[in-house]
Design a protein around this ligand. Sequence first.
Ligand code: URA
Length: 177
Amino acid sequence: MRQEALGCTRCPLAATRTNVVFGVGDPHADLVLVGEGPGRDEDLAGEPFVGRSGKLLDRLMAEELGIDRTSCYIANVVKCRPPQNRDPRPDEMAACRGYLDRQLELVAPKVVVSLGNVATRALLGTVDGIRRVRGRAYPLGGAQLVPTYHPAAALRSGGEVVAEMRADLIRAKRLLG
Ligand code: URA
């Protein structure tokens, strides 16, 4: 599937990407993190969450879960960078959705953490924002979905949002057992 995705032209983002950012980590992980889509750094590197947001995510995972990115799996709703980091459009998310659904099927994690509004709405099928839905877990196929903020929001907003992200990661850790 990765090979197929690397040549994907299902949506207009194919025309402007540098690299397809398919996903990274342990394909048998109990924990999957889902972001929105690649930014500039990720587009250049071909790997999710390698920029400033990713550094914060790495730190919070280390501090709250005691793991690094090699022992979970990280993917995005769209695999190619939306120009100027705009939100992915519904048609782009729809065109890319099969990849994420198959990734979740194949990895078959116990816990999925959605990072931010775009990933949470896509996975939960809701229009509610992250502030409203976070603080609990939701069934997602055979897994539990734990919605939390996007690390970019934590970088922008600071203390309280970071604290709530930490609480969400602790919730994920409890569900991982
Ligand atoms: N933001 C995302 O949502 N995903 C990435 O991979 C990087 C930044």
